[in-house]
Design a protein around this ligand. Structure first.
Ligand code: BGC
Length: 736
């Protein structure tokens, strides 16, 4: 919350400190719900009493704020964007003006003609930074950009765990680990909301694949759910206090998640005491009685069969099937988050945007998110002596790839290139490969002015190989385009790019592959190439970041937030559930790996991945030493990180639990990001969230932490243990 709004009441009271009379005058100036010194809950409780039934219902549903050819104009008072909920002008209740998403402010269908925004790298790149303060800064940045356009709700905070590497939306999420995803989502949300913008966390819960997303029934054991996806949401909510939770399209254990009494009433509002409101995803409401199951607001109502939370809700209240008190609770939850975000106190501020400063944040996320996966021949960083480079493929001449769907940002400067994908159904809707205007080719030429750098588009492997044969180094850009509503069929690089890489490396073994993907891909050519970097979708400064990493201007410090498998069958579901089923047919996605998502399952089954979770190389080297582990109610772990190489760099040391009172397991319980000059040492201390030490006892509805000896390991990834120590933890039970 900004200083002016948050502190106004405090200052007003503070200035007349000690004078009761003065306090009375201040309070009197703003009666009842208008009194800013009351809590958001109290103000919402008082305000809701002043609303008529129709006014309360008016807050509970709203349309998309998009105009379609021949359709009605934008709703009055809206800002063109994802959604709109009218306010109550009589009482000065502002409308909710909603925009997507975590990667920047979108402009769907160019509804705000010509408006562009700072495009952050994909959230998976942010996750790869392992940098919580950077997530906060990114949140601040997009929060300001939302406010500058008159929005007050950001549909951000994607926190679903990457359970299936083919999931088309993994790029919008933060990897496979609940601690990493929860902390980074929470920090991003906190950054957004500090700008007087309400943020969501989404999509609650187990929106684990896009195939059949309206009909997929995610099946999971309750304890496993609490220890994985729900824990990510829980941590994000505790840290970020998002004003709203967006439920998902899919079903969870047999009930649609937006009408899921267990998820919404029992877990979220009951066990976790969540006070904000639950908004639906767009087109995820199927009945009025979802109000009884915990849903508070129907969003994007044109996409549903009916405006269930309009007239039908009113009738249900009149008929007594939905109590009026519940209706008031729904409205109150919305108002409470609006008060908490400061939407009532003072006119909304439209901040001036410092475009260069915002672009610098996008650049830093890209710099820290790019992962140097392999550098077997030591080709990287490129030697200043390199005279000729062949850049090949991936549209690297124009810009960097982005992921598609509702999170698609039109970056500052506009789209560099748009390649239509074509197709039918969801593919027709989202089927455009958008390249942000940050060309890696141009960026390389700028930082290597003395080198001769050619470009070959990579369409013909033989032609690309001929270009590579004439160069000192070949750099191949390989793309995997991912999109909302579409999953990858498998983990191969599409459109013959593996063959392209084979041909180029055969012609020139000094080849480097730059992957622009939404997650893991298979690399049948890995042993033949000189180096690989995972650049993900690197945002509007991605080309510069890639060039800086390749040349050593930036020392890579990204770490994998998702395991890169050696083959798809290392994952629990070889076939994508629901693939090829007739539309509208419900099917189960059985998550029988439970809480063992990603690297946890690799550890449990002793499988060797291509690259483990947490892996990432640097141009310097780090060593770990002096491990100390203190037990008690939780584990407090400290150790020293040293830069033992010749150049400055950032490291992301990771702390894992390897044994919990006799049970072997692998869980990330802490991480940090540290910058060290050559020869410099730093002590890192992490205190484990005790829930990560235990397991969820469904019958007792509590976290259960066993007493006993716990083994902690510290290392550079989930696959390498550098240090190990034990400590005793006390048995305890914690609230759910
Ligand atoms: C997506 C949400 C998004 C909403 C509004 C839906 O299709 O699943 O993530 O916020 O649209 O655009």
């Amino acid at each position: 919350m900004s200083m002016n709004r948050a502190l106004k009441p405090v200052l007003a009271v503070g200035l007349c400190a000690g004078s009761l009379l003065c306090y009375a005058v201040t309070a009197q100036a703003a009666e009842g719900w208008r009194n800013p010194s009351l809590s958001p809950d109290e103000r919402a409780r008082l305000l809701v009493q002043e609303l008529t039934l129709d006014e309360r219902i008016g807050l509970l549903h709203g349309p998309m704020a998009l105009s379609f050819p021949g359709g009605p104009p934008l709703p009055a008072g809206s800002v063109g964007g994802a959604g709109f909920i009218p306010g109550v002008p009589r009482l000065g209740i502002p409308a909710l003006t909603e925009t997507d998403a975590s990667l920047g402010i979108t402009n769907p269908g160019n509804v705000r003609p010509g408006d562009t925004a700072t495009a952050l790298p994909a959230s998976i790149a942010l996750a790869a930074s392992f940098n919580a303060p950077l997530a906060y800064q990114g949140g601040v940045m997009i929060g300001r950009e939302a406010a500058a356009r008159g929005f007050n709700v950001l549909l951000a905070g994607g926190a679903n765990l990457a359970r299936d590497p083919r999931n088309g939306r993994n790029f919008e999420y933060l990897g496979e680990d609940p601690l990493l995803a929860g902390v980074l989502a929470g920090e991003s949300i906190r950054g957004i909301q500090d700008q007087n913008i309400i943020s969501t966390v989404k999509h609650f819960s187990l929106n684990g694949q896009e195939t059949g997303r309206f009909h997929a029934n995610s099946v999971i054991d309750e304890a496993a759910h609490r220890e994985s996806d729900l824990l990510a949401f829980q941590i994000a909510i505790e840290r970020g206090q998002p004003g709203s939770v967006m439920c998902a399209y899919n079903l969870v254990n047999g009930a649609y998640s937006c009408g899921n009494d267990h998820l919404l009433n029992k877990v979220l509002k009951g066990d976790w005491g969540y006070k904000g409101w639950v908004m639906s995803d767009w087109g995820a409401v199927h009945a009025t009685d979802y109000a009884l199951k915990g849903l508070d607001q129907q969003s994007g109502e044109q996409l549903d069969e009916q405006v269930w939370f309009g007239e039908p809700l009113k009738q249900a209240v009149a008929a007594g099937t939905i109590p009026e008190t519940r209706l008031s609770d729904m409205a109150q939850r919305i108002l409470r988050s609006m008060f908490a975000a400061g939407l009532f106190d003072g006119k909304p501020v439209k901040p001036e945007i410092d475009a260069a400063a915002h672009a610098a944040i996008a650049k830093q996320v890209a710099d820290e998110g790019i992962v140097l996966l392999a550098n077997a021949k030591g080709l990287l960083p490129l030697s200043p002596a390199v005279r000729t480079i062949a850049v090949i493929g991936g549209h690297a001449d124009s810009g960097v790839l982005s992921g598609a769907g509702s999170s698609q940002v039109t970056a500052t400067g506009g789209n560099a290139r748009v390649v239509p994908v074509g197709g039918e159904g969801p593919q027709a809707m989202w089927g455009r490969q958008v390249f942000h205007p940050s060309s890696p080719l141009k960026a390389l030429r700028a930082v290597l002015p003395d080198a001769s750098i050619t470009f070959n588009d990579g369409r013909y492997p033989a032609a690309a190989a001929a270009a590579a044969a004439q160069a000192d180094i070949a750099i191949i850009f390989a793309n995997q385009w991912m999109a909302e509503a579409l999953d990858a069929y498998d983990l191969s690089l599409p459109q013959g790019q593996d063959a392209l890489i084979d041909a180029v490396t055969a012609a020139n073994p000094n080849s480097i592959v730059v992957l622009q993907t939404g997650g893991p891909v298979l690399m049948p050519w890995l042993d033949k190439v000189g180096g690989v970097i995972a650049a993900w979708y690197s945002g509007q400064k991605g080309g510069e970041a890639i060039a800086d990493v390749l040349t050593g201007r930036v020392n890579p410090s990204g770490r994998l937030p998702q395991t890169f498998p050696a083959s798809l069958d290392q994952f629990p579901r070889a076939d994508l559930p629901g693939w090829g089923l007739p539309a509208k047919q419900q099917f189960d996605v059985v998550y029988d790996e439970g809480a063992d998502v990603g690297y946890r399952l690799f550890a449990a089954r002793d499988m060797k991945p291509l690259f483990p979770f947490g892996h990432g190389l640097s141009y310097t080297s780090f060593a770990y030493d002096k491990l100390r582990v203190r037990g008690g109610d939780t584990l407090t772990v400290s150790f020293e990180v040293s830069n033992t190489g010749a150049v400055a760099g950032k490291d992301a040391p990771q702390v894992y639990l390897a044994d919990a009172a006799g049970t072997p397991l692998r869980r990330l319980i802490g991480f940090d990001k540290v910058e060290l000059a050559p020869g410099e040492h730093r002590t890192v201390t992490v205190k484990a969230d005790p829930r990560l030490l235990g397991h969820f006892d469904e019958a007792a509805n509590k976290w259960q932490i066993k007493g006993g000896s716990y083994t902690v390991v510290v290392g550079p990834s989930a696959g390498v243990d550098s240090l190990s120590a034990k400590a005793r933890v006390r048995a305890q039970r914690l609230k759910p």
